[in-house]
Design a protein around this ligand. Sequence first.
Ligand code: ADE
Length: 294
Amino acid sequence: MRIDVLTLFPEMFAGVFGASILGKAREKGIVELTAVNFREYANNKHNTVDDYPYGGGGGMVLKPEPVFSAVEDLLGPGGEKTGAGALQGPEQLGIDPQGGDLEGGNGEGSGSEGGNALGGATAVPTEIARPQTAKPPRVILMCPQGEPFTQRKAEELAAEDRLIFICGHYEGYDERIREHLVTDELSIGDYVLTGGELPAMVIIDSVVRLLPGVLGNESSAAADSFSNGLLEYPHYTRPAVFRGWEVPEVLISGHHVRIDSWRREQSLLRTLSRRPELLETAEMTEKEREWIAQ
Ligand code: ADE
């Protein structure tokens, strides 16, 4: 999978893209992550990407030109959303915030070619050979008015070949970006953040961990909270008794059928007490529905 983020603050992504599971997924070649500073696509001499709203009122509005140009540049000549002949963004993330090469290279290019390798989109993009991808990219706008992001949406996005995230920091986006460029608008919750970068990181993290080969144990994503519509059951590890608090006997019984049914029961009870609305759409048997209704 390839993921590009259009942002005015590409440096914000260095830590997240370089560390932990996302960093490993990149090293393994499972995902390619780039952060592109779309200010580089501003078509005016002061590099402004925002302007006053038509009709007056407070706040600034993100202009359409830099965002359209950046996406079209990523998608290659003609702007066809096929991913064919896609351009590798000039900010291919190969460098960590300390200047070390995340790819384990020799440290060359730590921002020397046109400034911050994460943020300064000064290099001319280089065309790279890329196999024709089957699906058109999803162009995802981060905004509080978007569709609420869920585990279902993460699963849907994890099945794509290519995602492009647009992160804004303004009062609004020019509506033509919504109407003619984006395929999805996503919100991570009913609160307003200063920009779309943190929401994009949240979504990217939840999508990448679902890609085959990213988590060590393939079953660990399948057992997640929400993957079957329920919250996860409680976990315990050694010691069997800690400060007098004991691990439930069933878990040390070695009886796998009993363990599975205890876990299922706990998962249902936990969902009932914490998030009862999830039970309406969760995968449950008739018997379980009757039991939980008591
Ligand atoms: N931008 C600002 N707040 C946001 C939110 N809650 N979700 C997505 N994008 C945002």
